[in-house]
Ligand binder design. Structure first.
Ligand code: AFP
Length: 370
């Protein structure tokens, strides 16, 4: 007899998995439902973006000093509204808002979760019909505090209870983890329902591609430039040269890497030593997902999930993807590389001193070091 393929909706999956949490009272499940709902609404607008007058810049800038487009504002509102109405979060921090928002309704103010969200990541791709995404990270509220506040957000990434992203691409997917593997759900737009399509996702070890904005080449430190030269060298036995693929939407680049294997890099720059990406809204949630899928995420020297955040909109250099690729770039950053690669770019200097604390080895660049 032919076996019947089991169809599982996001809703069913959330209920099945609720018992993974010993302290579960259904609030986390409610949060995931709220995010699923807002994602469907944002998806509808993203798909209409070319048809209605929703594109274009509003003339405002966000707290990072970047242009805010209408769809960013719309997505921000949808997620805040859905999360506030759901009653399972007492506080929301959004990349689009300078400060966190306390949800003061009767049901929400005692809720035990905090949500940090980048409602529409890759927004410069909206006008050109390229994939964009939403990234979220969920913390449990600290105990013994009179009311939720900044300290709840500034917990290290190790304390995330769930994280995920939505990719609005050729199909729309919601991918999330609660620390028990990574699962992906694809939206059936005709039914308005997410279905489990990628169970227990594992990142391939083989590097299929590397992703970096190489236009910043002359702002990168010497080890990064040398690494970029090394990955372009032909060494078939090591799978080099690697293919280059860069979308400029981290969600889309990392979704590809999660499925195919690869490495995403956003290093510090000469004029921005911490790079561009935000620790709480982008690096932490993606690091949680990628680690759960068997990959690795560091700032070049330390595990992203172990960094202590100091401010809401803090940025961090990010090296994330297949374990092998991240370890390769780390070895270049630590100066611990094969002699022959020193000849590739021998005369460049570091822009920034490499930190020596926290178990980080000082650089050993060998004879060819200028
Ligand atoms: P936007 O949301 O401003 O487009 O930024 C997207 C992003 O945060 C991340 O998704 C990309 O990987 C990265 O920035 C692209 O940055 P560059 O344009 O500097 O390469």
């Amino acid at each position: 007899m032919e076996s019947v393929r089991q169809i599982v909706t996001l809703e069913q999956f959330i209920i099945e998995r609720e018992n993974e949490f010993s302290f579960s009272s259904g609030e986390l499940s409610q949060l995931l439902r709220d995010i699923g709902l807002a994602a469907r609404i944002v998806n509808r607008e993203v798909n209409k973006a070319g048809l209605v007058d929703i594109l274009g810049i509003t003339g405002e800038t966000n707290v990072q000093g970047e242009e805010v487009k209408k769809l960013d504002i719309f997505a921000n509102e949808q997620f805040i509204n859905a999360l506030s109405a759901g009653g399972a979060t007492c506080m929301i921090a959004s990349e689009e808002n300078e400060d966190f928002i306390r949800v003061n309704s009767l049901v929400s103010k005692n809720a035990k979760y905090i949500v940090m969200i980048d409602p529409l990541d890759g927004s410069s791709n909206i006008d050109v019909n390229v994939s964009i995404g939403t990234i979220f990270s969920i913390n449990r509220r600290l105990e013994n505090m009179p009311e939720p506040g900044l300290a709840d957000c500034l917990q290290s990434g190790m304390h995330q209870v769930a994280a995920g992203y939505v990719i609005y691409g050729s199909s729309t997917m919601l991918v999330y983890t609660t620390g028990f593997g990574v699962n992906g759900f694809t939206l059936d737009p005709s039914l308005g329902e997410f279905f489990l399509s990628h169970r227990n996702m594992q990142i391939p070890e083989k590097i299929n591609s590397y992703s970096i904005n190489e236009g910043n080449y002359f702002k990168f430190d010497y080890p990064i430039r040398r690494f970029l030269a090394w990955i372009k060298e032909e060494e078939k036995s090591e799978g080099r040269p690697y293919n280059a693929r860069y979308i400029g939407s981290m969600v889309a680049d990392l979704h590809r890497i999660l499925l195919k294997g690869g490495l995403f890099l956003y290093p510090g720059l000469k004029d921005a030593p911490n790079g561009k990406l935000r620790l709480l809204y982008e690096a932490n949630p993606m690091a949680f997902i990628i680690e759960q899928a068997g990959g690795k995420a560091t700032n070049g020297f330390q595990r992203i999930l172990e960094l202590t955040p100091h401010e809401l909109h803090q940025r961090t250099p990010l090296f994330i993807g297949s374990r092998k690729g991240v370890e390769e770039v780390e070895s270049f950053l630590k100066g611990d590389v094969k002699e022959h690669t020193l000849a590739l770019l021998p005369n460049l200097k570091y822009w920034h001193p490499v930190p020596e604390e926290g178990g980080i080895r000082p650089l050993k660049l060998g004879k060819a070091n200028p």
